[in-house]
Design a binder for this molecule. Structure first.
Ligand SMILES: Nc1ncnc2c1ncn2[C@@H]1O[C@H](COP(=O)(O)OP(=O)(O)OP(=O)(O)O)[C@@H](O)[C@H]1O
Ligand SMILES: N[C@@H](CCO)C(=O)O
Length: 313
């Protein structure tokens, strides 16, 4: 359920009056997202309205600017629409709101290698564009301190083997980070799972949902993406799928020797990050409270991925 902020047709039309658009003819709430309220609406063409439930006016301008700059650099994203006064960030029902053009396509939940290659190209373009915007920075709140700080909290949701694996990976990642030195960094998407892309056939329509974007290692971003796009049911990387994505990515931004030297640890750390995210979601649900997540994705999938990456598969 993702319509947290209800809205009437009159309220929407009032909002749209600020833009240079034909009248509203249709709107509907979108169930797919979890964090924010999303509406599809038709006014001449189709649009997407997002009302921000989690991020405040201090955070949303960063995402608006990032989408704008990536779009201007020809990365396939939806560029927030400017109103008549040039503003792209708006106030609706006292919350930040942004209007995007609706991208035509659907999320490739069972992608083929052409789609993986197209995505690899887009991620390479996104990282190159990111290197040309050094003024854009944002702390990663779900990095080392976060997983080390949540280790005790998630213990009840693990068996003995899971606890041992978590401890070992946290230690291995800490040792790597202590010695990692500088790796190519900039703004990363941070959550480029299949459901955060839209495809029209094999053509990429766009990357969406930049709300986990932050400063980070580009190789980590690629590893997050590979882990979701290229794993089989056992969590192992599918060699052909991995090569399709990696080759396309590296044709745009080749990995450096320093990145290649620690690539296995980067893949493992990307798996750790999302295993922990799902375990923390389980903990939050068990703890109750107003912020308890309604849906929790299966942490076991990432435990499997992590075991496979540690085994070199
Ligand atoms: N520009 C767009 N064009 C077409 N569809 C879009 C666009 N932006 C968002 N959507 C649709 O709306 C859904 C929710 O968007 P998004 O993932 O950004 O929201 P969210 O609430 O932040 O999601 P989550 O909680 O999963 O992170 C997407 O799954 C997609 O179906
Ligand atoms: N993509 C994440 C959820 C959103 O951050 C996951 O599958 O766990």
């Amino acid at each position: 359920m993702s319509v947290y902020t209800p809205i009437t047709a009159d309220e929407l039309q009032g909002f749209l009056n600020g833009f240079d658009l034909p009248p509203l003819t249709h709107f509907e709430g979108v169930e797919a997202g979890v964090e924010n309220t999303t509406y599809f609406l038709t006014a001449g063409r189709e649009w997407v309205l997002q009302i921000f439930e989690e991020q405040g006016f201090d955070e949303v301008p960063f995402f608006v600017e990032l989408n704008k700059r990536l779009g201007d650099a020809s990365v396939p994203v939806a560029i927030p629409v400017a109103d008549r006064t040039g503003k792209r960030l708006h106030l609706l029902k006292n919350k930040p709101a942004v209007l995007f053009p609706k991208l035509v396509g659907r999320a490739p939940m069972t992608p083929n290698d052409r789609q993986r290659a197209a995505l690899g190209t887009a991620v390479g373009q996104m990282h190159n564009a990111s290197q040309s915007m050094p003024d854009m920075t944002k702390d990663n709140h779900r990095w080392r301190q976060w997983w080390e700080g949540n280790r005790d909290r998630v213990q009840p949701f693990l068996d003995d083997a899971g606890r041992a694996l978590l401890d070992q990976q946290i230690a291995d990642t800490a040792a790597w980070l202590d010695s990692a030195g500088d790796l190519p960094s900039g703004i990363i998407h941070g959550d480029l799972f299949r459901d955060n892309s839209l495809f029209d056939g094999d053509e990429i329509a766009g990357i969406i949902d930049f709300y986990n974007a932050c400063t980070g290692y580009f190789a980590f971003d690629l590893a997050v993406t590979l882990n979701d796009w290229c794993s089989n049911a056992e969590g192992e990387l599918i060699a052909g799928a991995r090569d399709a994505m990696m080759d396309a990515y590296q044709a745009i931004r080749p990995l450096t020797p320093a990145e290649l030297a620690c690539w296995d640890l980067i893949l493992q750390t990307a798996a750790l990050r999302f295993w922990m995210l799902r375990l923390v979601a389980l903990a939050r649900r068990a703890e109750g409270g107003p912020d308890a997540p309604p849906h929790v994705k299966d942490p076991k999938a990432f435990e499997l991925i992590l075991r496979a990456r540690r085994a070199g598969r």
